[in-house]
Design a protein around this ligand. Structure first.
Ligand SMILES: NC(=O)c1ccc[n+]([C@@H]2O[C@H](COP(=O)([O-])OP(=O)(O)OC[C@H]3O[C@@H](n4cnc5c(N)ncnc54)[C@H](OP(=O)(O)O)[C@@H]3O)[C@@H](O)[C@H]2O)c1
Length: 315
Protein backbone atom coordinates (compact mmCIF):
# COMPACT_ATOMS: atom_id res chain seq x y z
CA UNK A 1 0.00 0.00 0.00
CA UNK A 2 1.38 3.46 -0.80
CA UNK A 3 1.37 6.46 1.50
CA UNK A 4 -2.13 7.86 1.05
CA UNK A 5 -3.59 10.29 3.60
CA UNK A 6 -5.65 7.41 4.98
CA UNK A 7 -2.55 5.28 5.43
CA UNK A 8 -0.76 8.08 7.28
CA UNK A 9 -3.79 8.49 9.50
CA UNK A 10 -3.83 4.80 10.25
CA UNK A 11 -0.08 4.66 10.80
CA UNK A 12 -0.34 7.49 13.30
CA UNK A 13 -2.77 5.37 15.29
CA UNK A 14 -0.49 2.34 15.44
CA UNK A 15 -0.02 1.01 18.97
CA UNK A 16 3.09 1.71 20.95
CA UNK A 17 5.68 -1.07 21.22
CA UNK A 18 4.91 -3.74 23.84
CA UNK A 19 5.36 -2.51 27.39
CA UNK A 20 4.99 1.20 26.66
CA UNK A 21 2.07 3.01 28.17
CA UNK A 22 0.59 -0.04 29.90
CA UNK A 23 -1.68 1.05 32.70
CA UNK A 24 -1.89 4.62 31.42
CA UNK A 25 -5.03 3.93 29.41
CA UNK A 26 -6.40 5.82 26.42
CA UNK A 27 -4.22 6.14 23.34
CA UNK A 28 -1.04 4.99 25.08
CA UNK A 29 -2.44 1.54 25.65
CA UNK A 30 -0.77 -1.34 23.86
CA UNK A 31 -3.02 -3.21 21.46
CA UNK A 32 -2.83 -6.91 22.26
CA UNK A 33 -3.61 -9.92 20.15
CA UNK A 34 -6.64 -10.73 22.35
CA UNK A 35 -9.04 -9.06 19.94
CA UNK A 36 -7.87 -11.19 17.05
CA UNK A 37 -8.71 -14.29 19.05
CA UNK A 38 -12.05 -12.84 20.19
CA UNK A 39 -12.96 -11.82 16.64
CA UNK A 40 -13.26 -15.45 15.67
CA UNK A 41 -15.93 -15.98 18.36
CA UNK A 42 -19.12 -17.84 17.55
CA UNK A 43 -21.64 -15.41 18.99
CA UNK A 44 -22.34 -17.39 22.13
CA UNK A 45 -22.89 -15.31 25.29
CA UNK A 46 -19.70 -13.46 26.08
CA UNK A 47 -18.23 -14.10 22.62
CA UNK A 48 -18.13 -11.96 19.50
CA UNK A 49 -20.55 -12.53 16.66
CA UNK A 50 -18.69 -11.84 13.45
CA UNK A 51 -18.52 -13.03 9.91
CA UNK A 52 -16.04 -15.95 9.93
CA UNK A 53 -13.46 -14.29 7.68
CA UNK A 54 -12.41 -10.71 8.38
CA UNK A 55 -12.98 -8.41 5.44
CA UNK A 56 -10.12 -6.36 3.95
CA UNK A 57 -11.46 -3.32 5.76
CA UNK A 58 -11.47 -5.18 9.06
CA UNK A 59 -7.89 -6.28 8.47
CA UNK A 60 -6.92 -2.67 7.73
CA UNK A 61 -8.51 -1.74 11.01
CA UNK A 62 -6.34 -4.06 13.08
CA UNK A 63 -4.35 -1.10 14.40
CA UNK A 64 -7.15 1.44 14.48
CA UNK A 65 -8.52 3.14 17.62
CA UNK A 66 -10.37 0.43 19.55
CA UNK A 67 -13.51 1.51 21.34
CA UNK A 68 -16.07 -0.51 23.28
CA UNK A 69 -19.66 0.72 23.04
CA UNK A 70 -22.04 -0.58 25.69
CA UNK A 71 -25.31 -0.61 23.82
CA UNK A 72 -28.84 -1.77 23.42
CA UNK A 73 -30.22 1.70 22.66
CA UNK A 74 -30.93 3.83 19.58
CA UNK A 75 -27.94 6.02 20.54
CA UNK A 76 -25.60 3.01 20.59
CA UNK A 77 -26.94 1.92 17.20
CA UNK A 78 -26.36 5.41 15.78
CA UNK A 79 -22.77 5.42 17.05
CA UNK A 80 -22.21 1.95 15.58
CA UNK A 81 -23.59 3.05 12.20
CA UNK A 82 -21.38 6.15 12.18
CA UNK A 83 -18.23 4.13 12.96
CA UNK A 84 -19.02 1.17 10.69
CA UNK A 85 -17.24 2.61 7.67
CA UNK A 86 -14.63 4.72 9.42
CA UNK A 87 -11.28 2.95 9.14
CA UNK A 88 -9.77 5.08 11.92
CA UNK A 89 -11.81 3.16 14.46
CA UNK A 90 -12.19 -0.46 15.46
CA UNK A 91 -15.46 -0.45 17.41
CA UNK A 92 -17.09 -3.35 19.25
CA UNK A 93 -20.70 -3.17 20.40
CA UNK A 94 -21.70 -4.97 23.58
CA UNK A 95 -25.32 -5.99 24.19
CA UNK A 96 -26.80 -7.22 27.45
CA UNK A 97 -28.58 -10.03 25.62
CA UNK A 98 -32.07 -9.06 26.81
CA UNK A 99 -33.51 -9.13 23.28
CA UNK A 100 -33.59 -12.58 21.76
CA UNK A 101 -33.44 -11.37 18.16
CA UNK A 102 -31.61 -8.01 18.15
CA UNK A 103 -31.24 -6.13 14.88
CA UNK A 104 -27.84 -7.26 13.56
CA UNK A 105 -25.34 -4.47 14.29
CA UNK A 106 -23.17 -3.12 11.44
CA UNK A 107 -19.99 -3.57 13.53
CA UNK A 108 -18.47 -6.48 15.48
CA UNK A 109 -20.56 -7.25 18.54
CA UNK A 110 -20.74 -9.45 21.59
CA UNK A 111 -23.50 -10.29 24.07
CA UNK A 112 -23.78 -11.01 27.79
CA UNK A 113 -22.39 -9.65 31.04
CA UNK A 114 -18.70 -9.23 31.81
CA UNK A 115 -18.93 -10.34 35.44
CA UNK A 116 -19.08 -6.95 37.13
CA UNK A 117 -16.77 -3.95 36.99
CA UNK A 118 -13.61 -6.01 37.37
CA UNK A 119 -14.69 -8.33 34.58
CA UNK A 120 -15.37 -5.36 32.33
CA UNK A 121 -11.98 -3.81 33.20
CA UNK A 122 -10.26 -7.12 32.40
CA UNK A 123 -12.06 -7.25 29.04
CA UNK A 124 -11.07 -3.67 28.19
CA UNK A 125 -7.44 -4.43 28.97
CA UNK A 126 -7.33 -7.81 27.25
CA UNK A 127 -8.87 -6.36 24.10
CA UNK A 128 -6.59 -3.33 24.02
CA UNK A 129 -9.55 -0.92 24.08
CA UNK A 130 -8.63 2.76 24.10
CA UNK A 131 -11.99 4.21 25.11
CA UNK A 132 -15.31 3.15 26.61
CA UNK A 133 -18.66 4.63 25.61
CA UNK A 134 -21.59 3.74 27.84
CA UNK A 135 -24.63 4.13 25.61
CA UNK A 136 -26.93 1.92 27.67
CA UNK A 137 -30.47 2.69 28.70
CA UNK A 138 -31.05 5.51 31.25
CA UNK A 139 -32.44 2.85 33.63
CA UNK A 140 -29.54 0.43 33.20
CA UNK A 141 -27.87 1.75 36.35
CA UNK A 142 -25.74 -1.24 37.26
CA UNK A 143 -23.84 -1.49 34.00
CA UNK A 144 -23.35 2.30 34.02
CA UNK A 145 -21.84 2.13 37.52
CA UNK A 146 -19.68 -0.78 36.40
CA UNK A 147 -18.53 1.20 33.38
CA UNK A 148 -17.36 4.10 35.54
CA UNK A 149 -15.48 1.76 37.88
CA UNK A 150 -14.00 -0.35 35.08
CA UNK A 151 -12.77 2.73 33.24
CA UNK A 152 -11.11 3.88 36.43
CA UNK A 153 -9.45 0.49 36.99
CA UNK A 154 -8.27 0.34 33.39
CA UNK A 155 -7.32 4.06 33.37
CA UNK A 156 -9.43 4.48 30.27
CA UNK A 157 -11.32 7.48 28.85
CA UNK A 158 -15.03 6.98 29.52
CA UNK A 159 -18.16 8.76 28.39
CA UNK A 160 -21.84 8.05 29.04
CA UNK A 161 -24.60 8.97 26.59
CA UNK A 162 -27.73 9.96 28.45
CA UNK A 163 -30.62 11.19 26.37
CA UNK A 164 -32.64 14.01 27.96
CA UNK A 165 -35.53 12.95 30.17
CA UNK A 166 -39.10 13.75 29.17
CA UNK A 167 -40.59 16.78 30.87
CA UNK A 168 -44.27 17.40 31.58
CA UNK A 169 -46.20 19.87 29.39
CA UNK A 170 -48.72 22.25 31.00
CA UNK A 171 -51.73 20.10 30.06
CA UNK A 172 -50.16 16.79 31.07
CA UNK A 173 -51.54 14.81 33.99
CA UNK A 174 -48.35 13.23 35.33
CA UNK A 175 -47.78 11.66 38.71
CA UNK A 176 -44.03 11.43 39.16
CA UNK A 177 -42.81 8.60 41.41
CA UNK A 178 -39.35 7.40 42.46
CA UNK A 179 -39.74 3.65 41.87
CA UNK A 180 -41.86 0.95 40.29
CA UNK A 181 -43.27 0.01 43.72
CA UNK A 182 -44.33 3.64 44.18
CA UNK A 183 -45.95 3.53 40.72
CA UNK A 184 -48.02 0.53 41.82
CA UNK A 185 -49.10 2.46 44.96
CA UNK A 186 -49.97 5.51 42.85
CA UNK A 187 -52.51 3.47 40.88
CA UNK A 188 -54.61 3.51 44.05
CA UNK A 189 -57.19 1.22 45.65
CA UNK A 190 -59.90 1.48 42.97
CA UNK A 191 -59.70 -0.90 39.96
CA UNK A 192 -58.40 0.86 36.84
CA UNK A 193 -57.54 -0.08 33.27
CA UNK A 194 -53.79 0.37 33.09
CA UNK A 195 -51.30 0.30 30.22
CA UNK A 196 -47.92 -0.87 31.55
CA UNK A 197 -44.96 0.05 29.34
CA UNK A 198 -42.23 -0.52 31.90
CA UNK A 199 -40.20 -3.36 30.39
CA UNK A 200 -40.62 -7.04 31.06
CA UNK A 201 -38.14 -7.01 33.94
CA UNK A 202 -40.12 -4.48 35.97
CA UNK A 203 -43.52 -6.15 36.30
CA UNK A 204 -43.14 -7.87 39.66
CA UNK A 205 -44.46 -5.02 41.90
CA UNK A 206 -47.80 -4.92 40.09
CA UNK A 207 -48.69 -8.44 41.23
CA UNK A 208 -49.35 -6.81 44.64
CA UNK A 209 -52.23 -4.80 43.12
CA UNK A 210 -54.16 -7.50 41.24
CA UNK A 211 -57.45 -5.54 41.25
CA UNK A 212 -56.33 -3.47 38.23
CA UNK A 213 -56.88 -4.60 34.66
CA UNK A 214 -53.36 -4.53 33.17
CA UNK A 215 -52.43 -4.40 29.50
CA UNK A 216 -48.67 -4.90 29.09
CA UNK A 217 -46.69 -3.82 26.04
CA UNK A 218 -43.08 -4.98 25.76
CA UNK A 219 -40.49 -5.73 23.09
CA UNK A 220 -40.08 -9.32 24.28
CA UNK A 221 -42.94 -11.41 25.71
CA UNK A 222 -42.75 -11.30 29.52
CA UNK A 223 -42.22 -14.60 31.35
CA UNK A 224 -45.71 -15.77 32.45
CA UNK A 225 -44.48 -16.00 36.05
CA UNK A 226 -43.92 -12.21 36.08
CA UNK A 227 -47.41 -11.31 34.86
CA UNK A 228 -49.83 -9.85 37.42
CA UNK A 229 -52.93 -12.06 37.76
CA UNK A 230 -55.26 -11.70 34.78
CA UNK A 231 -52.93 -9.35 32.91
CA UNK A 232 -52.91 -9.34 29.13
CA UNK A 233 -49.70 -8.70 27.19
CA UNK A 234 -48.59 -8.05 23.64
CA UNK A 235 -45.27 -7.32 21.97
CA UNK A 236 -44.43 -4.27 19.89
CA UNK A 237 -41.28 -2.34 19.09
CA UNK A 238 -41.26 1.47 18.61
CA UNK A 239 -41.24 3.97 17.13
CA UNK A 240 -44.96 4.49 17.64
CA UNK A 241 -47.12 7.24 16.16
CA UNK A 242 -49.41 9.47 18.19
CA UNK A 243 -52.45 8.37 16.16
CA UNK A 244 -51.76 4.69 16.78
CA UNK A 245 -51.17 5.33 20.47
CA UNK A 246 -54.42 7.28 20.75
CA UNK A 247 -56.25 4.44 19.01
CA UNK A 248 -54.81 1.90 21.45
CA UNK A 249 -55.71 4.01 24.48
CA UNK A 250 -59.28 4.51 23.20
CA UNK A 251 -59.83 0.90 22.10
CA UNK A 252 -58.61 -0.41 25.44
CA UNK A 253 -60.36 2.33 27.48
CA UNK A 254 -57.07 2.94 29.30
CA UNK A 255 -57.33 5.12 32.42
CA UNK A 256 -53.65 5.27 33.40
CA UNK A 257 -50.29 4.62 31.77
CA UNK A 258 -47.25 3.57 33.79
CA UNK A 259 -43.90 4.28 32.16
CA UNK A 260 -40.24 4.84 33.02
CA UNK A 261 -38.87 8.25 32.09
CA UNK A 262 -36.75 6.78 29.33
CA UNK A 263 -36.75 9.92 27.18
CA UNK A 264 -36.22 9.85 23.42
CA UNK A 265 -38.57 10.12 20.47
CA UNK A 266 -39.29 6.45 19.76
CA UNK A 267 -41.75 5.94 22.62
CA UNK A 268 -42.81 9.53 23.37
CA UNK A 269 -46.02 9.39 21.29
CA UNK A 270 -47.92 7.71 24.13
CA UNK A 271 -47.36 10.87 26.22
CA UNK A 272 -48.85 13.11 23.55
CA UNK A 273 -51.75 10.69 23.10
CA UNK A 274 -52.38 10.61 26.87
CA UNK A 275 -52.30 14.43 26.93
CA UNK A 276 -54.89 14.68 24.18
CA UNK A 277 -57.19 12.19 25.95
CA UNK A 278 -56.55 13.60 29.46
CA UNK A 279 -55.22 10.26 30.71
CA UNK A 280 -53.01 10.09 33.80
CA UNK A 281 -49.37 9.10 33.26
CA UNK A 282 -47.51 7.62 36.22
CA UNK A 283 -43.91 8.49 35.43
CA UNK A 284 -41.11 6.58 37.15
CA UNK A 285 -38.06 8.80 37.70
CA UNK A 286 -34.61 7.82 36.49
CA UNK A 287 -31.85 6.45 38.69
CA UNK A 288 -28.96 8.87 39.33
CA UNK A 289 -27.01 9.72 36.18
CA UNK A 290 -23.44 8.48 35.86
CA UNK A 291 -20.73 11.18 35.80
CA UNK A 292 -19.42 12.48 32.48
CA UNK A 293 -22.52 12.39 30.30
CA UNK A 294 -23.42 13.84 26.91
CA UNK A 295 -27.01 13.99 25.60
CA UNK A 296 -26.65 12.42 22.16
CA UNK A 297 -24.83 10.03 19.86
CA UNK A 298 -23.43 12.94 17.86
CA UNK A 299 -21.88 14.47 21.00
CA UNK A 300 -20.31 11.10 21.84
CA UNK A 301 -18.90 10.85 18.33
CA UNK A 302 -17.42 14.35 18.62
CA UNK A 303 -15.74 13.30 21.88
CA UNK A 304 -14.38 10.13 20.29
CA UNK A 305 -13.00 11.97 17.26
CA UNK A 306 -11.28 14.46 19.53
CA UNK A 307 -9.80 11.64 21.60
CA UNK A 308 -8.49 9.81 18.53
CA UNK A 309 -7.10 13.04 17.11
CA UNK A 310 -5.29 13.62 20.40
CA UNK A 311 -3.75 10.15 20.13
CA UNK A 312 -2.78 10.83 16.53
CA UNK A 313 -0.93 13.94 17.66
CA UNK A 314 0.84 11.73 20.22
CA UNK A 315 -0.98 13.02 23.28
N1 LIG B 1 -29.59 -2.51 28.69
C1 LIG B 1 -30.37 -1.86 27.83
O1 LIG B 1 -29.92 -1.48 26.76
C2 LIG B 1 -31.80 -1.57 28.13
C3 LIG B 1 -32.67 -1.30 27.09
C4 LIG B 1 -33.96 -0.99 27.38
C5 LIG B 1 -34.36 -0.94 28.69
N2 LIG B 1 -33.52 -1.20 29.69
C6 LIG B 1 -33.99 -1.09 31.07
O2 LIG B 1 -32.93 -0.84 31.97
C7 LIG B 1 -33.14 -1.53 33.19
C8 LIG B 1 -31.98 -2.43 33.55
O3 LIG B 1 -31.60 -3.17 32.40
P1 LIG B 1 -30.33 -4.09 32.34
O4 LIG B 1 -30.55 -5.33 33.16
O5 LIG B 1 -30.03 -4.25 30.90
O6 LIG B 1 -29.18 -3.17 32.97
P2 LIG B 1 -28.41 -3.25 34.36
O7 LIG B 1 -29.33 -3.64 35.46
O8 LIG B 1 -27.66 -2.00 34.49
O9 LIG B 1 -27.37 -4.40 34.07
C9 LIG B 1 -27.41 -5.67 34.68
C10 LIG B 1 -26.24 -6.46 34.21
O10 LIG B 1 -26.43 -6.82 32.84
C11 LIG B 1 -25.18 -6.79 32.16
N3 LIG B 1 -25.26 -5.77 31.10
C12 LIG B 1 -26.11 -4.72 31.01
N4 LIG B 1 -25.91 -4.05 29.88
C13 LIG B 1 -24.90 -4.68 29.23
C14 LIG B 1 -24.25 -4.47 27.98
N5 LIG B 1 -24.59 -3.46 27.15
N6 LIG B 1 -23.25 -5.34 27.63
C15 LIG B 1 -22.91 -6.37 28.44
N7 LIG B 1 -23.50 -6.62 29.61
C16 LIG B 1 -24.49 -5.78 30.01
C17 LIG B 1 -24.13 -6.46 33.19
O11 LIG B 1 -23.69 -7.71 33.71
P3 LIG B 1 -22.23 -7.91 34.34
O12 LIG B 1 -22.26 -7.21 35.66
O13 LIG B 1 -22.10 -9.40 34.44
O14 LIG B 1 -21.25 -7.29 33.39
C18 LIG B 1 -24.93 -5.70 34.23
O15 LIG B 1 -24.34 -5.70 35.50
C19 LIG B 1 -34.44 -2.27 33.00
O16 LIG B 1 -35.43 -1.42 33.50
C20 LIG B 1 -34.58 -2.40 31.51
O17 LIG B 1 -35.93 -2.51 31.13
C21 LIG B 1 -32.25 -1.53 29.44
Amino acid sequence: MTGSADDKERAALLPLPPGEGRGEGGCKRQVTSGSDQANTGNGSPGGLSLTPALSRRERERTHAFKVLILGGTTEASAIARALADDARFQPVLSLAGRTRAPVTPPIPWRTGGFGGAHGLAAYLQAEGMKALIDATHPFAARISRNAVEAASIAAMPHLAVLRPAWTAQPSDRWTEVPSMAAAMDALGPQPRRVLLTVGQQELAPFAAAPWHDYLIRSVEPPPPTLLPPGARSFTARGPFTENDERQLLRDERIQAIVTKNSGGAATAAKLAAARSLDIEVIMVARPPAPPGTVPSASAALAWLHQLAAGCERGA
